[in-house]
Design a protein around this ligand. Structure first.
Ligand SMILES: Cc1cc2nc3c(=O)[nH]c(=O)nc-3n(C[C@H](O)[C@H](O)[C@H](O)COP(=O)(O)OP(=O)(O)OC[C@H]3O[C@@H](n4cnc5c(N)ncnc54)[C@H](O)[C@@H]3O)c2cc1C
Length: 371
């Protein structure tokens, strides 16, 4: 492995893996580094359900459902052996949730149909009092098979926490050199100082159980229960915020909720617990694009930066430094599309929309005079 690259990606979660994949596809020589290993963070814990966002419309719903449609095609084509297109039934949890679903129905921009108890005999009567939405295209993937396939042709090195340094116009990361770095370090502390970005995290667990239950389709009603593939069912996920319970108590409650939804899961045997930290920023949009040099930008943008365009020349950059991530609970949905956006930015200089560009936080911080 030679030590010079076009781009070094730091962090081998699904964000870093998809960024590396698209950069390699664009002809770049890419190195993917991780302090622990492939999918060692949140990505290795994910149920990896590809599900749409319900809501009252708006930009985040539109972007999520665009990413969802893109992800379905992406995994189906590139990793068909790890892509399970079993559909998804979204079930309202009570009467008031059912009311909300009726509003959401008007804003759904992807194919769906209504379905009721007669088609879903394996769900308990108590859990399915109201009409549910069925998304026949929805799927889930096997995270590790996806990652291994996508990094074919990308150099990798695992086992050390890396702190990049700018040396003579290039990035030095450990013993490697590159024109560009991509920060894809999830909820961990950023390896380059970016004072205007605050990444938050929500811990979560999910489990695999063995069961003979006949579950032909994935279900979501507060928790998710996957279709049964070869006797294995995925159940997820917890969202741990100020929770005094132990991991095993939380997991137990998760399994009890799954059995309440699908009584056939009573025979379940717990196989494995997965846990990880989801990362997000305050507006819950993903983060992708070029990193700014905040002190230098403040000097340059003497007037209040209201009219500054995203990714503008007026913003001073940390040359060759990019970031991707903050996918919340939808990393496997967002990563293929957002990874492609990043590669187009790095290779072709394509402008990233302000709704996802880190510049949105730079401009907010500069307006507030945060430094
Ligand atoms: C329990 C649970 C269930 C989930 N279920 C789903 C789901 O069903 N569908 C879905 O789409 N999403 C799901 N998610 C969310 C999804 O897992 C995340 O959005 C996604 O994994 C985030 O990917 P990432 O690459 O940004 O971060 P991570 O996967 O956390 O990767 C970051 C990587 O960076 C490495 N790293 C950190 N610092 C350094 C450094 N200095 N040098 C080198 N390497 C470094 C870490 O070791 C880690 O491997 C779930 C998450 C959890 C926790």
């Amino acid at each position: 492995m030679s030590g010079r690259y076009d781009t070094i990606v730091l962090g081998a979660g699904i964000a870093g893996v998809c960024a590396a994949y698209w950069l390699k596809e664009a002809g770049q020589k890419v190195l993917l580094l991780d302090k622990k290993g492939l999918l060692a963070g949140a990505s290795g814990a994910a149920g990896a359900f590809l599900s749409p966002r319900l809501g009252k419309g708006g930009d985040l719903q539109r972007l999520t459902n665009e990413a969802y449609a893109f992800a379905l095609g992406f995994y189906a084509k590139r990793v068909p052996e790890a892509f399970f297109q079993k559909g998804l039934v979204r079930i309202p949890k009570d009467g008031s949730d059912a009311e909300k679903f009726r509003v959401y129905e008007k804003h759904l921009d992807i194919p769906f149909r209504l379905c009721g108890a007669e088609e879903l005999p394996f769900i308990s009567k108590e859990a399915l009092e109201y009409c549910a939405f069925c998304f026949e295209d929805a799927a889930f993937v096997d995270p590790m098979s996806v990652a291994r396939k996508l990094v074919e042709g990308v150099d990798t090195a695992f086992g050390a926490a890396y702190t990049p340094q700018k040396v003579g116009g290039r990035w030095r990361v450990g013993r490697y050199l590159a024109e560009n770095i991509v920060i894809a370090t999830g909820s961990d502390s950023l390896p380059v100082e970016i004072p205007y970005i605050k990444i938050g995290g929500v811990w979560g667990e999910r489990v695999d159980v063995k069961s003979g239950a006949d579950i032909p389709v994935t279900l979501h009603r507060q928790i998710s229960v996957s279709a049964n593939i070869g006797g294995t069912v995925r159940i997820g996920a917890t969202h741990v915020r100020n929770d005094a319970r132990s991991e095993i108590e939380r997991v137990n409650d998760l399994i009890v909720s799954a059995i309440e939804l699908v009584p056939g899961l009573k025979d379940q045997r717990l196989m494995r617990i997965y846990a990880g930290m989801r990362s997000s920023v305050s507006d819950h949009f993903p983060l992708v694009g070029a990193v700014a040099d905040m002190p230098e930008s403040e000097k340059r943008l003497k007037t209040p930066p209201k009219s500054v365009k995203p990714e503008s020349e007026e913003v001073a950059r940390i040359e060759g430094c990019y970031i991707i991530g903050c996918f919340g609970g939808r990393g496997f949905v967002f990563a293929p599309l957002i990874g492609k956006m990043l590669a187009e930015k790095i290779v072709d200089g394509k402008i990233v929309d302000l709704s996802v560009s880190p510049d949105r936080y730079l401009l907010r911080a500069l307006r507030k005079g945060a430094i």
